[in-house]
Design a binder for this molecule. Sequence first.
Ligand SMILES: NC(=O)C1=CN([C@@H]2O[C@H](COP(=O)(O)OP(=O)(O)OC[C@H]3O[C@@H](n4cnc5c(N)ncnc54)[C@H](OP(=O)(O)O)[C@@H]3O)[C@@H](O)[C@H]2O)C=CC1
Ligand SMILES: CC(C)(CO)C(=O)C(=O)O
Length: 303
Amino acid sequence: MDIVVFGAGSLGSLLGGLLARAHDVTLVGRDPHVSTVRKDGLRIEGEVEADVDPDADTTAPESADLVLVTVKSYDTAAAVEALADGDYGAVCSLQNGLTEERLAELDAPVVAGTASYGARLRESGLVDCTGVGRVVVGGLDRGPDPVAERVGRAFRAADVRTLVASDMPRRRWEKLAVNAGINATTALCRVENGALVGGDPPGKGENAPRLAREAAHETARVARAEGVPLSNRQARAAVERVASATATNRSSMLQDVESRSRTEVDALNGAVVDRAERHDVGVPTNRTLTRLLRAWERGAGVR
Ligand SMILES: NC(=O)C1=CN([C@@H]2O[C@H](COP(=O)(O)OP(=O)(O)OC[C@H]3O[C@@H](n4cnc5c(N)ncnc54)[C@H](OP(=O)(O)O)[C@@H]3O)[C@@H](O)[C@H]2O)C=CC1
Ligand SMILES: CC(C)(CO)C(=O)C(=O)O
């Protein structure tokens, strides 16, 4: 397959690099990473090791069988603009947050996707795989999707752990509940993910878990208003499962705050608030978390 990875930062370089073991891949990113990859190839270190030689450019090729979008969620509109005139067989987002609606503006079938691989671009031409997770792809609606099946086969051919799911709407909302619960809370409280599990000792340290739980419950309520069957109990269990499994992680939003960078709050808690308004569902916790993060971004001069 001819695959374009639009947004060759951490995740895009890792997955694009892994895909280059079986496909013709073009990484679209920034210099000096792009020129280093062109000259010396891309090295993957950490939990997976590989030396690969994908093509790389600062603008997207005009055609491809598949475009994977891996820019930060707030760059999705710019990505859509950059891809607008291309001829692409399918487009698939592996970003966090609800971004697929924007991609639907492109003249190509949209495949929904999530990634739980961990990636960090250490330097130009070198990406660390910090965790072998899984890519999940599927149709935007419930049921089998032949385009998603083709995309899934392409990932598997390159030995990327992949699931093709027929219940992506529920999975996307469950992941949104996890990110809405964990990311903003850990970023504002400056705690690792594990601080959101339980409340130990009893009576103390319960505020952060409660915030995360309420944000997840509200997300599930909005999901149900959208016709997606996600119970409060499932959303809360997902937050606790992921927070326990990643207890020593500093969430991506906490890392953004620590490095004084823009966060993805608009596509996470902000997206919950936007959808809630369409259905007249109250989401006070997500609204407050969103306002606090946006206020922090404004104060830090990154918005
Ligand atoms: N890193 C990870 O382990 C995981 C990340 N994700 C999700 O994946 C998405 C990407 O995250 P991550 O890889 O960490 O982010 P990065 O910032 O590392 O990567 C995005 C890259 O895209 C580049 N970019 C943005 N716009 C353009 C453009 N118009 N043309 C060319 N390049 C562009 C950025 O450059 P610049 O910064 O100069 O704009 C940056 O290098 C996020 O939604 C994140 O939540 C999901 C799972 C795991
Ligand atoms: C799953 C989780 C919460 C892991 O930290 C994540 O996706 C993130 O940090 O963005």
